[in-house]
Design a protein around this ligand. Structure first.
Ligand code: GSH
Length: 256
């Protein structure tokens, strides 16, 4: 569980659930869906990544990776969307977002960790194929500050170094990222061929971990028609009230 002792002490006085998040961010979407599904009231702190609001010392003092989302629960800071949704589900009842049997719970964690482990491939695909993200190059000063202050996640630092230095990603890097993503969706397609949900018989954190990937990859024109069994699953989730509140209500007008 990624509980952080924040350098920015101001959040330790927060009462209730507070979420630092971004509208069009798959990791933020996960947490918003979990909050809405569980019917939990929360306070929003929007972070504009395009303005570098995640790179300020105040924010890095809360999330040392300089990424969204960050949850603050009565002063306790939790980072990483996989850990946050698990924390919310374990801490708050009565709605449970996990299957009952241990075997199916393990399946659920496998899907969540598959999403987490391949996050940088999805990020590479998005930064390589989305006009607005291609422009997200940082200034030399922003990069210098980032190197000095984001000392927590070496792979993420490397991602931003490569993106900035090379003016985007090479075709080879994009092809490698696409191959990883294809492999994940092959697995998901296979599972959904004869199951309604990713883990067990009901909607769970596994579905919450993966649905946002579809939302953002769709914007980058990822070819989902290769995976026909995802369609019904996606439609089932889009009909849940949480979809409007957690996804649509927060999308910037350009992405609706
Ligand atoms: N493993 C982290 C990844 C968080 C992440 O990369 N968030 C993205 C938005 S989805 C972000 O803040 N990107 C800004 C950056 O990398 O500078 C999580 O699941 O919370």
């Amino acid at each position: 569980m990624a509980i952080i002792i924040p350098k920015n002490k101001s959040v330790e006085n927060f009462i209730g659930l507070h979420l630092y998040h971004t509208g069009f961010s798959n990791c933020s979407m996960r947490v918003r869906i979990a909050l809405e599904e569980k019917g939990l009231p929360w306070t929003s702190h929007l972070i504009d990544l395009s303005k570098g609001e995640n790179l300020t010392l105040d924010y890095i003092g809360i999330n040392p990776n300089a990424v969204v989302p960050t949850l603050v629960d009565n002063g306790v800071v939790i980072i990483d969307s996989a850990d946050i949704i698990d924390y919310l589900d374990k801490t708050y009842s009565p709605t449970s977002l996990r299957p009952q049997s241990e075997t199916e719970q393990q399946q659920m964690y496998n899907w969540i960790y598959l999403a987490r482990d391949n996050h940088l491939s999805i990020k590479t695909y998005m930064y390589g194929n989305t006009a607005s993200l291609k422009k997200m190059k940082r200034t030399a000063l922003q990069m210098a500050n980032y190197r000095e202050n984001q000392t927590f996640d070496a792979a993420l630092l490397d991602f931003h170094e490569r993106f900035n230095a090379n003016d985007g990603f090479t075709q080879k890097e994009l092809a490698a990222a696409t191959a990883v993503i294809n492999c994940c969706f092959d697995k998901i397609n296979q599972r959904l061929k004869d199951h309604t949900w990713l883990a067990g018989d009901s909607f769970s954190l596994a579905d919450i971990a993966w649905l946002p990937q579809l939302i953002i990859l769709n914007v980058a024109h990822y070819p989902f028609d290769h995976y026909p069994h995802l369609e019904q699953w996606k439609n089932n989730i889009m009909q849940r009230p949480s979809f409007q509140k957690a996804i649509l209500d927060w999308l910037p007008p350009t992405q609706k």
